[in-house]
Design a protein. Structure first.
Length: 506
């Protein structure tokens, strides 16, 4: 009986011990869950942002979390692929679903002024003086962005004349070609890259130029500047005229048509996205990409993942029939606008402005620009050292954050580089050199109400006509008829309004 009585006692002890362990375990889990849940229940403001994604991947979560910790915010970032960004932004605008802060390219900003005037966005001008970094923003650049004298956006900076040619240097070497210096030589390079088997695989599988469905930031406008096309508007006998009414614009269309007819450019360029365009260069299908020279380092890094032998270089000066020219953007490349639909109160607006002000401080600005010290970069004194070994990591983990940075080029809190990556340094040097040959837009800072209200609708007439001319669907006479249609539908009024504003400024 004694033995039988002892068994339940041992069994009971085992159950008791298991029960105690379970209680301890559950208690630990509960404590841990409280720690994990704490950030969700804190008082940090949520900052929602819509921003384009120019890179293969968004930044790694660890970086975003570190920015949140340093700025004491919760970030809700909508990363939209760059190729569809404008469409997504316009959809969000028309459906009243914008984020608190929305990245707006300067080309889109020009066409959003009607929405701004209708009260869709906050006038932030009266608030900037309360923030130590924002009150230091460049007054001249801010002045370029005003609408009816009011300030609605925080600007992002990029080199104003950064357009150029990114080219496969190893293909040039294989075919014994020099960098092109004029339009004829550029054509010969594209032809050789298409027909000369530059990749050495014995197959007819390469094309000279990869382009996309963008007449501004694709190849067309840059090639146009080589021909001497004015930057959106030009002057003839003291009067402003739209670029597409100049002989140089026709010359550019003829040049692009020749590339298309001879299959020296991807045949689907008129419907190709930026992502597909980049992919053709990265995978070695094409040997030339025209666009921002600042893209060269990441394009090179990605191309070398697929082919370690791929080498890139840059060309910024191509002489045309009217000399050497290149077009430029204004001193800002984009603005962050602040939706009144998403930001209901003045207090919320101040929270969002506080985030952007804090993002310009040394610890946050350098985190956005370079990533995590030790993983993405090293320092030597007060200077940043970037190695080739970490460049590919930065492309995939850090570089997308660049779109979140405001006024970074002249932000004294951004650490300088001790020695730049070779291609990145070349891009900076050539962009600075381009300033000598810049064609500026004479309408910058001028107002045309008709352009603001109907510019997008009317521009489609011109862009469709331009593409159809290049594709051989319109001849010159038919193209000119489309320009007359543009005028009848409001273009003549735009010309009149811009000339009146230009006359007052002169």
């Amino acid at each position: 009986m004694k033995n039988k009585g002892s068994r339940p006692t041992l069994k009971g002890l085992r159950h008791l011990m298991i029960g105690l362990l379970l209680v301890v375990w559950l208690s630990a889990c509960e404590n841990n869950s409280v720690k994990m849940a704490a950030p969700v229940n804190d008082n940090r403001p949520t900052i929602s942002i819509m921003v384009p994604l120019h890179f293969p991947h968004p930044p790694i979560p660890e970086l975003v979390q570190e920015i949140e910790n340093r700025t004491k915010t919760k970030l809700d970032i909508n990363w939209v692929p760059d190729g569809i960004y404008t469409d997504k932004m316009n959809t969000a605008l028309t459906t009243n679903s914008l984020k608190k802060a929305t990245y707006v390219r300067y080309t889109d900003f020009m066409l959003m002024k009607n929405s701004i005037r209708s009260g869709a966005f906050w006038d932030i001008g009266p608030y900037l003086s309360a923030y130590p970094n924002l009150k230091q923003l460049n007054k001249e650049i801010l002045g370029q962005t005003t609408v009816d004298g009011k300030l609605y956006g925080l600007y992002t900076e990029r080199p104003s004349a950064r357009q150029g040619i990114i080219i496969r240097e190893d293909w040039l070497d294989k075919l014994k070609l020099a960098k092109p210096t004029n339009l004829d030589e550029f054509y010969q390079v594209l032809k050789a890259f298409t027909t000369g088997d530059p990749d050495g695989n014995g197959k007819d599988d390469t094309v000279g130029l990869t382009d996309r469905n963008d007449l501004v930031f694709g190849a067309f406008k840059t090639i146009g500047s080589y021909f001497g096309v004015p930057n959106n508007w030009g002057l003839a006998d003291g009067q402003l005229v739209p670029e597409f009414e100049t002989p140089a614009y026709i010359d550019t269309m003829n040049y692009m048509k020749k590339l298309y007819d001879e299959k020296l450019i991807n045949s689907d360029f008129a419907v190709t996205s930026k992502e597909v365009q980049r992919d053709k260069l990265i995978r070695g299908i094409a040997g030339v990409y025209i666009g921002s020279m600042q893209d060269v380092q990441r394009l090179s890094d990605e191309a070398q993942l697929a082919n370690p032998q791929a080498r890139f270089t840059l060309v910024n000066r191509i002489e045309g029939p009217r000399g050497i020219h290149t077009w430029s953007i204004p001193s800002y490349s984009a603005l962050y606008l602040f939706s009144k639909k998403a930001i209901r109160t003045e207090e919320e607006l101040k929270q969002v402005l506080q985030f952007f002000d804090r993002s310009m401080d040394k610890d946050v600005a350098n985190l956005m620009k370079y990533g995590l010290k030790g993983r993405h970069y090293m320092t030597s004194g007060d200077m940043v050292q970037l190695s080739e070994e970490t460049s590919k990591i930065r492309v995939n983990e850090v570089n997308a954050l660049y779109s979140l940075m405001i006024a970074d080029l002249n932000n004294p809190n951004v650490l300088p580089l001790s020695e730049n990556e070779t291609l990145a340094k070349l891009a900076d040097n050539l962009s600075a050199e381009n300033e000598k040959y810049v064609i500026k837009d004479p309408t910058l800072g001028l107002e045309s109400k008709t352009y603001d209200e109907r510019g997008v609708e009317l521009y489609k007439i011109v862009s469709d006509a331009t593409y159809n001319y290049i594709l051989g669907k319109l001849d010159k006479a038919a193209f000119e008829l489309e320009i007359e249609r543009w005028k009848r539908n409001g273009g003549s009024q735009i010309i009149k309004e811009y000339n009146e504003a230009y006359g007052k400024r002169s």
